[in-house]
Design a protein around this ligand. Structure first.
Ligand code: HCA
Ligand code: CU
Length: 486
């Protein structure tokens, strides 16, 4: 691969810690239910994240309950691979509560910058070091693995950061998270920080936890991994305090694209993103990298023409990595090739001259929004004078459910219904209803007559009619992807 893309394939040893359930729930306005957390955790595990930070048990009873049940899923073997991490302040009560749930690991965080020491913890550096040592040791006594998080590490005095990490390591922490708590690091500084720490405090593994306040979370995370971090903290859709942390989807794709490392099953990412979007209520903007609606939709004529010849012209990686599809919009930016390809996709053949006219009309008509296929076909019909749109159906199909009177034989009622003209199929069903009918009619009036006949049949107590609008073939092409738009 030429150019600046494709750094050093295979050069990174790195995995993901997903903190959607902990950091992600610290997004203003977000609160997951316990059941939602279990569902998210299972999908994350299926995707293959190395660790799931399930929550901070001391925060609230439902947070504790979610952590407890996720640990339960791990114990039952329903969550198979992911290490389950419980978050904790550097306080005995927090640690005890977290450790009592028996997670794989307790993560203890403590601010190490002078700002945090002075204004938050109100302790001296010496006092901080002994607290860190004591708390890590205390957690270790409970038989769990311990990660120490150097909170606000990127604003800490480097010499003191080294001492803090050493204190944690010597007390038994096997991992240390270096948190860019306010998102002020730059990639180059981040890489050097990790390289230095690995040199100055060997014997522990490092996590990077990068906030996105300046939009640098992904870049900083990758830089940290280049510097030797072996776990990158992420959340689905980049949720978290303020501007959130590095989004799972972006980090995962970047790791594959630049280093050839597949840290999760990329094909599960769209599903994860939609699930978390739904449960968090935080919408994914259309221009979001990787998971946004527009991520693989092309617009300008030049782009579309290029993509039609070879998608690599305007795509950094194929949407197929994610199980997504590419598409392009039809509007005033559309060019001849794109328009022709779209018409062909719609099964419409036009002459060169007609194509030009349709293109002119498209450019004249579309304002801010793109044209739907339906709009495009309407224009094509006007220009060509041929009928191109599918006609409305000549038959109406409906499903009618029937509830029978209490004291009749369902089978007898079904038999009586089966001879009504227009009733095509009769089935006895279980549940709320007793009988299901498939009905065909040539018009709404005729459908009404059939339904009236059904209602008038002896033994029928109640009916409910649903119109079948169109049947969806159950192939891959019917999945609700971006392909339907444009
Ligand atoms: C917090 C702080 C934290 C911790 C990160 C970590 C941060 O919200 O509790 O444990 O790795 O950004 O410093 O999220
Ligand atoms: Cu954070």
């Amino acid at each position: 691969m030429g150019g600046v893309g494709g750094e050093r394939p295979g050069s990174l040893r790195v995995g993901l810690l997903d903190s959607t359930l902990r950091e992600g729930e610290q997004t203003p306005g977000v609160s997951f239910t316990v059941e939602q957390k279990l569902e998210i955790a299972r999908l994350l595990d299926q995707a293959g994240v190395a660790m799931i930070e399930a929550g901070h048990p001391s925060v609230a009873p439902d947070v504790r309950e979610a952590v407890r049940r996720i640990i339960g899923l791990k114990r039952e073997g329903i969550i198979r691979g992911a290490e389950i991490v419980a978050h904790s302040r550097a306080a005995r009560s927090d640690i005890e509560e977290a450790a009592s749930l028996e997670p794989d690991r307790v993560a203890i965080f403590y601010g190490v910058s002078d700002i945090h020491l002075r204004y938050k913890h109100r302790v001296s550096r010496e006092e901080a070091l002994s607290i860190i040592g004591e708390m890590v040791e205390y957690a270790r006594e409970h038989g769990v693995k311990v990660r120490f998080t150097a909170e606000d590490a990127t604003r800490a005095d480097y010499g003191f950061l080294v001492e803090a990490v050493r204190a944690a390591r010597d007390a038994g922490a096997d991992r240390v998270s270096i948190a860019d708590t306010v998102g002020i690091a730059t990639p180059y500084a981040m890489r050097r920080l990790f390289e230095s720490l690995r040199r100055d405090v060997p014997g522990v593994e490092y996590d990077v936890h990068a906030h996105n306040d300046l939009g640098l979370a992904v870049a900083n995370s990758l830089a940290a991994a280049e510097g030797g971090a072996t776990i990158i903290h992420v959340t689905v859709n980049g949720l978290g305090e303020r501007a959130g942390i590095a989004p799972l989807e972006q980090v995962a794709v970047a790791l594959k694209r630049h280093y050839g490392v597949e840290v999760v099953d990329l094909k599960l990412i769209p599903q994860l993103s939609r699930l978390v979007e739904r449960y968090s209520g935080v919408p994914v903007p259309p221009n979001a990298p990787v998971v946004g609606e527009n991520a693989f939709i092309h617009k300008a004529g030049v782009h579309v023409a290029g993509v039609l010849r070879n998608p690599e012209t305007y795509e950094p990686y194929p949407p197929e990595w994610l199980g997504r599809t590419r598409d392009y919009t039809i509007d005033k930016y559309t060019g001849r090739r794109g328009l022709q390809a779209r018409l062909e996709r719609l099964g419409v053949r036009v002459s060169e001259e007609e194509l030009q006219k349709i293109l002119q009309e498209v450019k004249r008509r579309s304002g801010a929004r793109w044209l739907r296929d339906e709009d495009l076909l309407e224009i094509a019909e006007e220009v060509t004078g041929r009928a191109l749109r599918p006609r409305p159906p000549e038959e109406i199909e409906a499903l009618v459910t029937v509830k029978c009177e209490a004291n009749v034989y369902t089978t007898s009622v079904a038999r009586r219904l089966s001879v009504i003209p227009g009733v095509e199929e009769v089935a006895e069903v279980t549940g709320e209803n007793d009988i299901l009918l498939r009905v065909r009619a040539r018009s709404p009036v005729e459908l009404n007559q059939v339904v009236e006949a059904i209602r008038g049949t002896r033994g029928v107590r109640e009916t409910y009619t649903m119109l079948v609008l169109r049947r969806i073939p159950l192939s891959d092409g019917a999945r609700p992807q971006a392909a339907g738009r444009g």
